[in-house]
Design a protein around this ligand. Sequence first.
Ligand code: PMP
Ligand code: GLN
Length: 396
Amino acid sequence: LNRRLAEFGTTIFAEMSALALQTGSINLGQGFPDTDGPEEIREAAVRALRDGRGNQYPPGPGVPELRAAIVDHQRRRYGLTFDPDTEVLVTAGATEAIAAALLGLLEPGDEVVALEPYYDSYAACIAMAGGTRVPVTLRPSEGSGEGAGDAGGDRRFRLDLDELRDAVTDRTRLLLINTPHNPTGTVLNRQELTAIAELAVERDLLVVTDEVYEHLVFDDAEHLPLASFPGMRERTVTIGSAGKTFSFTGWKVGWVTAAPALVTAVRSAKQYLTYVASGPFQYAVAEALALPDSYFEAFRADMLAKRDLLATGLSDAGFEVYRTAGTYFITTDIRPLGETDGFAFCRALPERAGVVAIPNAVFYDHREQGAPFVRFAFCKRTGVLEEAASRLKTLA
Ligand code: PMP
Ligand code: GLN
């Protein structure tokens, strides 16, 4: 293993999912739903396979039907317009979009400012691209814990805008943003996004924004795409994924929307990573993106009910729960349980309670900052969440 990757070892998701299988635990670690996406979309994939659409290499930028559907979705939801021929790129999941964006845009030695805790592939991909990561830590606010039942009240992780500004140097090439944010469940608000946009314009930075949870926002939170802010359309690479929005994480269909020069840069890297992927699934995802608003609303309502169920269970079990405004993860603080080390806690949890979770410390450079936080996924069937909650109660 080379020096660039040596520090990363095995991704926590593989480690924890293997532990869940080994111990027969309920897996609230890796974020994947235990119910597949809509039947009609699965049928669309089968039809594409049968009709011979996508069984051979699809076009490099993605099949025209899917590129058109991505453009239409961005226009319908956000009023953003993209040219399907020059401003859209289909990727092998958001994971490849992140990798290709960083490999295509960074020069060795460039600094990338990213929100910490960050999704684990960011650090590895920055390293593979020869960049240097500069973390800006989201700080847990105290909050009252009241106001939203057991869903965490107003306790949340916040971006300190001064820290963000201070992190930018003459070597900064891009800001790597993620909203709704994995693992904290924070959704950046208009004021925060405006500040990010102003900073990017002022310092002439590119922005790569991972918005794979765009449809999973709750209560009064609203997903605002960074590309819609003044000065951002030309400098932003936006990343989306069908895995999260349609509950098909195994299909690995993601995409990038950006100005032509940026898409060209991302595609230059992407063509030598996978060239293309997911032929028949691309046609199915094109149909999924055209589903009526009622699909997206029902999906969100379902996840909201699951959030509340798990948040209550975790709170009853003695965890301090942070409010999830978006994503399907809940970050908790384990200190009220008399624990301080999330790693040790998560390694012992299968034995102690038959549940698997993720230690947030893996998403930090400043590991000590993340030590007491543990993430649980709630994209699971109601009965599974109830069983997990009742098992976790034995910890108290
Ligand atoms: N970004 C974030 C923030 C994620 O949580 C994930 C994992 N689902 C991804 C990207 C990767 O998405 P995909 O499965 O489409 O590669
Ligand atoms: N994004 C998912 C999570 O955060 C898992 C993705 C993966 O396994 N790489 O849990």
